[in-house]
Design a protein around this ligand. Structure first.
Ligand SMILES: Nc1ncnc2c1ncn2[C@@H]1O[C@H](COP(=O)(O)OP(=O)(O)O)[C@@H](O)[C@H]1O
Ligand SMILES: [Mg+2]
Length: 259
């Protein structure tokens, strides 16, 4: 069943009971939209609002366990993890609820400096021992991308909540390790997808201490183009074709494209 179709009332009773032990009575639930988890919602509870995220399938459960372990290392950058439950075949995490909205990555958005600040803070976090997946595995093992920094790697605007004057980074399921410059490079590409010119997106990246503008970035731009072109060839959905076009533009701009 897709996540959007599962209601609080559909969850197994054993799981509901285990949640209630932490939160007290649950008086309402608002499903989060566009999620990968089996269940994600803000619960109104006797102890206030709590964001919960759960998985009833082993693969997602493993990625939630990874997320739970990782957020412990990024306080102030991610929402605080309040509890973790294993019950009725489900894993469920309870987070501090962040009152906010998804970030706006378009040119001129006031959210961009907040995003830069959060990414700068992340750049200073030592790599937790359990984070062993390498970011370069998605890019043909590109050696320049390898490194020992903690990377989020999935910072699309719905994984960044703007709350007051802070950008809070959520959804650490894809956290992995790699060179520090990879996070801003990936973000620069997301900014292009949100309407920035290549120059505009690179300028934003240059504002970050970990940005690198050399051969490594060139290699990333080539690998990024190759992987989006392959994705669009395999499954030519509009957004994939658009991303492949943008990736191509980036490589043309850096005089890397052959065609
Ligand atoms: N701590 C939180 N407080 C409030 N809303 C949140 C919180 N964490 C995530 N969300 C919202 O729920 C959505 C789904 O959560 P996310 O962790 O991204 O799960 P998924 O892995 O299913 O994408 C996010 O896009 C965001 O809108
Ligand atoms: Mg998400």
């Amino acid at each position: 069943m897709p996540a959007a179709d599962i209601d609080w009332d559909d969850l197994p009773l054993g799981l509901v009971r285990a949640v209630r032990k932490h939160t007290g009575r649950v008086t309402g639930s608002r499903s989060a939209k566009g999620v990968r988890s089996d269940y994600a919602a803000t619960l109104e509870t006797a102890s206030g609002p709590v964001f919960v995220k759960g998985a009833g399938q082993p693969l997602f459960a493993a990625s939630l366990a990874h997320e739970a372990a990782t957020v412990a290392f990024v306080p102030g950058i991610a929402p605080r993890l309040l509890w973790r439950i294993d019950a009725a075949g489900w894993v469920m995490l309870g987070f501090e609820h962040v009152e906010g909205r998804h970030a706006d990555y378009r040119p001129g958005s006031p959210d961009l400096p907040l995003l830069a600040h959060a990414v700068t803070q992340l750049g200073q976090v030592p790599l937790p021992e359990h984070v062993s997946k390498r970011v370069e595995r998605h890019y043909n093992g590109l050696p320049a991308m390898s490194g020992n920094h903690l990377l989020h790697t999935d910072l699309h605007p719905a994984n960044v909540l703007v709350s007051g004057d802070r950008a809070v980074l959520v959804d650490w399921a894809w956290a992995c390790k790699g060179a520090a410059w990879v996070e801003p490079a990936m973000l620069a590409f997301r900014l292009m997808a949100a309407g920035h010119s290549v120059e505009g997106a690179e300028d934003w990246g240059r504002g970050l201490a970990t940005w690198q503008d050399g051969t490594a970035l060139d290699e990333f731009v080539i690998a990024n183009h190759r992987s989006w072109r392959r994705a669009a060839d395999l499954d030519p959905l509009d957004w994939k074709v658009r991303a492949a076009g943008m990736a191509h533009q980036w490589s043309v701009h850096r005089r890397l494209a052959k065609d």
